[in-house]
Design a protein around this ligand. Structure first.
Ligand code: SF4
Length: 330
């Protein structure tokens, strides 16, 4: 398998994606040369610390990067079609039907003055010709599907718990049966019990619909439970991609290794202590030269602060961008 170019087996692919934020302080290089593919039915995770570019990539995939963000390079294939050149009108036809997003903060995403049923129905009616009654009936089915229950169709968001509101957002994302769903930190604001329920809901939905999920979180514990493959991002770049079990059991990039060791339940911390990653991610107004991780990397050596490591395939489906690894495979 190569890391370049989307193909017919992939429902979604980013190729050399570059996104910047043009601010009054300068240009923030938020996502750079981001390349990955997602197969039909696959659950794919984007991992990394806060601010590493995960959400920027997620919203780029539907061309909804918040201003002053802008896609300035690369391609995004949705069901084989590059959507980067498409107009906003053309994208509106694709969003919800071919790809939808479950946003981070359900309370902010829901309108407090409309019932949840009306909001789901409105999303359906914006894309499909049907009566309001039929759309509300579909909203009831969706509320049953996500475990909120159809009796809540006339509830207002404030009458629901945080977990129920998140389920309503999932129902909305599924309203038009899109084959690809992006979930941006969908469990972050929830307590651990509700988090587990939402993860189970995703697993149930997967078995029912065979949808592809792009799951974004800084919480690796939840990610390890849910996804088939993980792309690890650091400072706007993907540094490692591989099957979840390989990333957990044998992380190759030094950043991935530190990230995995910082997860309490993995239990690889010395004598059960939590480990942490020293330092903080760089300011992307002026990313470090060479490997962007080099100022924090315990394994840095001669070329790391000058030469950017290229992504290499170390084994089938396993990609790493690190001079240590490149040296091993060359
Ligand atoms: Fe560390 Fe060098 Fe690898 Fe970057 S390229 S992760 S600095 S060893």
């Amino acid at each position: 398998m190569s890391l370049s170019s989307g193909s017919s087996e992939h429902v979604l692919a980013a190729e050399g994606l570059k996104v910047v934020y043009e601010t009054s302080f300068g240009v923030v290089d938020a996502a750079s040369d981001v390349t990955f593919q997602v197969k039909k039915g696959e659950f794919f995770g984007l991992a990394g610390e806060s601010g590493c570019g995960k959400s920027t990539v997620a919203y780029s995939l539907v061309k909804e990067v918040p201003p002053p963000g802008r896609i300035v390079g690369g391609k995004i294939y949705i069901n084989g079609r590059d959507v980067v050149p498409l107009s906003e009108d053309e994208m509106r036809k694709i969003r919800w039907k071919e790809i939808s997003v479950i946003p981070q903060a359900a309370m902010n995403a829901l309108n407090p003055v409309y019932t949840v049923g009306d909001q789901i129905a409105e999303a359906i009616l914006a894309h499909e010709e049907m009566s309001k009654d039929d759309a509300l009936a579909r909203a009831e089915e969706l509320l049953d599907l996500v475990g909120v229950g159809r009796q809540r169709v006339r509830s207002y968001p404030h009458e629901l718990s945080g977990g129920q509101r998140q389920r309503v957002m999932i129902a909305m994302a599924l309203a038009l049966n899109p084959p690809i769903v992006i979930a941006d930190e969908p469990t972050t604001a929830l307590d651990v019990v509700v988090q587990a329920q939402i993860l189970n809901l995703f697993k149930e939905l997967r078995s029912k619909f065979n949808m592809s999920l792009i799951f974004i979180t800084h919480d690796l514990t939840t990610m390890f439970e849910l996804v088939d493959r993980i792309a690890v991002m650091y400072a706007g770049k993907i540094v490692e991609i591989g099957p979840t079990d390989k990333i957990v059991d044998d992380p190759l990039h030094p950043y991935t290794e530190l990230l995995v060791r910082a997860v309490p339940r993995i239990g690889v911390g010395e004598k059960g202590r939590f480990e942490y990653i020293p330092g903080s991610p760089p300011n992307l107004l002026e990313p470090p030269p060479g490997c962007r991780f080099h100022p924090r990397c315990p394994k840095r050596f001669e070329p790391c602060d000058k030469e950017e490591p290229r992504m290499v395939e170390v084994e089938r489906g396993r990609f790493v961008a690190c001079h240590l690894i490149a040296g091993r495979t060359s």
